[in-house]
Each structure stands twice: as C-alpha cells, then as structure tokens.
Design a protein around this ligand. Structure first.
Ligand SMILES: Cc1ncc(COP(=O)(O)O)c(C=O)c1O
Length: 376
C-alpha cells in the first residue's frame, strides 16, 4: 500500500520532480552551471544554486589577462553601463565589494557623530550592525501581522535625531514586498525629511509587472540610496560585487569625492574578474530568465509541501520562503541537519519560523523529504 508520504509526492506532482538524477539536459548543465549535490545541502544563505553562467565563466577566464592591472578603468566601464540601466550619471553609481560593502560603509557613515536609524524588524542586518558597532542607535519597528513592514509606524518613529530610514524591499528574511504605491509615497515623503536607504537585493525576483525601482527618486535628486547586487539572480555571490545608486552630491558627502579611482571611503570596491563577470552577466538574458524560472519552480514546490503539511508561509518575492515551523528553529535546525539540510538561522522575534532558500531541484527534493519525515 502507498504511504501517505508517497501519496503526497505523486498526487501533487512532487513525485515526478523528486529523486530524479537531474532534470536539466547536458547542454543546460553546461550553460547554467548548477552546483553539485553535496552531503549537506546548504539552503541557508539565499544563494542562487546556478551560475555563474557559461558566458560569465568565459568572460572571467578572458579577464585574467587584465588581472595585473588595478581595476579602476574596468570599474568605470561598468559604472557607465549601470548608469545607462538606471538612467543616471556615472557619478551616481558606486561599485562595492558585494552590496554588503555598500550597506556597511553606509552604516559607518550614518553612525558617525551618533546617528539614529529607523528600521523594520526582522530585516537584513548588515547596515544596522555596522552602525551599532560604531556608536549608532537603531530604532526598531516590528513588522505587521502579515510580516510586512509597517510603514505607518516607521514614519511615526522618525524624529529630529533620525539620520536614516532603512528598507529592504523585498525584505529578508520575510520575503515580503511592499504595495508599490505605498512604497513610492513613503520614499517620496520620507526622503524630504531624512535619508532613505532602499536595499533592492531581490528586486529581480519581483513577479509583479512594472513594479518600480526607487531609482526614479535618485533621478529626482532626492535623499535616497538604492543598493543592488550581482549575488542573487546573477549567481555570483562568491565574486563580491554590488553597487549603490545615489545622487553624486550625496555620494560625495558620505563616501568621499568622486574620482575615476573611486571614492576614498569605499574600501574594497571590487576586482577585475568580478567586473568582467558583471558586465557579461548583464548581457546574458538567457541565464537571467532561467534563474528566475527555476527559483519560481522551486518556490512552488516548497509552497505545495507547506500547504500539505498545514504550515503557514509568507508569499515570497525573493528566492527563499519564510514559513512557520511550529517548533523552535534551533530544534528544527538540528533535525534538518541530521537529514543533510542546513536551513536559515533564527530571526528574532520569530523563533518558530524558518527561512529556506530555493536550491537546485535535487536540493529542494532533499528538503522536501526531510520535512516529510519530520512533520508527517
Ligand atoms: C536584503 C539583502 N541585502 C543585501 C545582501 C547582501 O548581498 P551581497 O553582499 O552578496 O551583495 C543580502 C544577502 O543575503 C540580502 O539578503
């Protein structure tokens, strides 16, 4: 007789996708470079399991020729390309070592002379951790009952000491996306009073058509910083490259004056190989579309599993899913690790919630099997 578990897998179509050696053709494997299945499947850091793409890998190999050079002129070329993409001047683009460097240097700049930052909780911590470590104060505003940012409360918490408001949209770890007109209205209004930082690391995963980047406010010369990364949809987390978009006067003030050698308060910047990879990645539309398609497929598989197990989750606009584990995350983490799956860390105050990244199909199958064992 079929077990409940087997019935589930076959009845909702998981069976067809699970336990298959690979659903990719040899050509796709070459082009999209899925990571190999390891003993412990790491679904804890929202990395893209594909990439860098074949085209990007070739561009990196070619760029070794230039690796004896300092990266400035190569960075300048990327700045020009990104300036066109965001319709701003090249001086408005600041290339960083992953968007983490953007977040950290901004945290430092704001904490200088006792800055206060208003931020939703939970969220991505890099900027606030740096600000706090250097003497800044954070005014945390809990997310609302749907796990989305509470923009009304955030606005109420802005006072004369506030130096910045931080928003990650879509947010990590919740995966939530703000309603587009409330976000625009919020950023337009708040940037008149204080600096707004809008972290758009997961912007590409937004499924809603015509969802605006807040980069239009940079074009309107508002006090706003946008950050983006090549770590997620482009599959280049290990290469460390990201960037900020902001008006040049603001960049001069926070990060040092513009020069073709970079702004002197940006420490790592990046390297020649990562720049070559980023330039190629922006052209590789095929890999980009594949990345998104796969993340959506695996998210759907995770949703089906959670529906079956009766575990609540947040509809995600990212490459991960936040769900109610109904047990302490430390306990679930141990149980999952015993079954070869590493899940996300605790995100206070949601100790009975878990964040799981989309992996390759095989990796997510491992997660599904482990969950079925633990919860069925
Ligand atoms: C919201 C958010 N911003 C920024 C980052 C940092 O990415 P990176 O430094 O790789 O660009 C992450 C990484 O997970 C993230 O979730």
């Amino acid at each position: 007789m079929q077990s409940r578990r087997e019935w589930f897998k076959s009845s909702i179509g998981l069976g067809g996708l699970m336990m298959t050696p690979s659903i990719l053709t040899a050509e796709e494997i070459k082009k999209y470079n899925p990571r190999p299945l390891s003993d412990i499947v790491k679904l804890s850091s929202n990395e893209n399991p594909y990439g860098p793409s074949e085209k990007v890998r070739n561009a990196i190999v070619d760029s070794f020729e230039d690796a004896c050079r300092y990266p400035y002129e190569y960075i300048l070329k990327l700045q020009n390309i990104l300036a066109k993409k965001h319709d701003v001047s090249p001086e408005s683009i600041v290339i960083t070592g992953g968007s983490n460097e953007a977040l950290r240097v901004t945290g430092l700049a704001v904490a200088d002379q006792g800055g206060e930052i208003v931020a939703g909780k939970p969220t991505y911590l890099a900027l606030m951790s740096y600000a706090e470590a250097w003497g800044g104060k954070i005014n945390w505003v809990p997310v609302d009952s749907n796990k989305g940012y509470d923009l009304v409360e955030i606005q109420k918490n802005i006072n004369e000491k506030t130096k910045m408001v931080f928003i990650a949209n879509p947010n990590n770890p919740t995966g939530t996306l703000l309603e587009k007109s409330s976000l625009s209205k919020f950023c337009e209004g708040v940037s008149e009073k204080t600096l707004v930082f809008c972290d758009e690391a997961y912007y590409d995963y937004i499924n809603e058509p015509d969802y605006p980047s807040m980069d239009y406010l940079v074009r309107q010369e508002k006090d706003i910083i946008i950050s983006r990364t090549f770590s997620k949809v482009y599959g280049m987390a290990g290469l460390r490259i990201g960037y900020m978009v902001l008006k040049p006067q603001l960049a001069d003030k926070l990060f040092g004056e513009y020069s073709p050698y970079g702004r002197n308060k940006i420490m790592a910047q990046t390297n020649v190989l990562a720049v070559a990879a980023a330039i190629e990645a922006l052209k590789d539309k095929d890999f980009y579309a594949f990345s998104l398609k796969k993340a959506n497929e695996e998210k759907d598989k995770i949703y089906k599993l959670l529906d079956y197990l009766g575990l609540k989750y947040v509809e995600s606009s990212t490459n991960f899913v936040f769900f109610e584990s109904k047990k302490h995350i430390d306990i679930l983490s141990k149980e999952m690790l015993d079954k070869g799956v590493r899940i996300g860390r605790p995100f206070p105050p949601f100790y009975e919630w878990c964040r799981i990244s989309t992996g390759t199909s095989q990796e997510v199958d491992r997660f599904v099997s482990a969950m079925l064992d633990i919860y069925s």
